[in-house]
Design a binder for this molecule. Sequence first.
Ligand code: GUN
Length: 286
Amino acid sequence: MATVIDGRLLAKKLNESTKEEVTIMNSKSIVPCLAVIIVGEDQASKRYVRSKHKKAEQLGIKSIVKALPEETTEKELLSVLDEYNHNDSINAILIQSPLPKHINEKFVMGHINPQKDVDGFQTINSGKLFLNENENYPVACTPKGIMKMLEEYNIELLGKKAVVIGRSTIVGRPMAALLINAGAEVSVINHYANVNDYTKDADIIVSATGELHTVTKKDVKSGATVIDVGQNLNEDGKLVGDVDYDDVSQVAGYITPVPGGVGPMTISTLMSQTVELTKWSEKHNE
Ligand code: GUN
């Protein structure tokens, strides 16, 4: 049976250290501030944004949530972003994805001040990641959190075969870059590929397709590490991942559950990266 990678426990540890850092900052009258912009009525996005707000407040991070209506124009959104980009009391900015269809998401994300880009999606930060020069630059929170999970469980990456399923800006692409930077042999595949062709020999599988049964028992070699980024509702309305958890647990060496795996680590990483951005901006302004 696979060892379960306990995302909740790791997130709790990371949150405790973030809170300690925030307390020290507060004693110097510094309050890290995260601004989240959400446009429209996507229910899952609203839920994620509420969780982020709650966690920030628990850790002593100031949280601003700007909820804009569905019909907000790209120009109006850019104007709010511009104001936040120039507001010295805001250290970190996140624009919740997906944006409504009439807004060019990549274009808007590209306008985030790179020094406040807590998602690491901005062009400069993405470039730094791909050049393996990201040490003092923000990196997309879900993949960064996954790397912490792999590290905490001493899962070796150097020279190992890794397969990333899904090539989104939020997870697949930055995940692949982090694994390449760690020395893994990385394949990135689409959800419609024949997954088994790639995963059956893989040491590490990261699934981020948002589709049930993307990874089944026959797709996983004995002892492999399986990371499940999916958040899907199954036929019974229950929250599950992309991976057939019960079956795959019988063959995998390590596995992340849903819920309680990647999700909590993403939020904790967002909070710790907000604090890092605050430290970096304090340094720049010295
Ligand atoms: N939507 C789902 N996950 C994310 C994320 O990590 N960042 C942003 N900005 N939007 C998201």
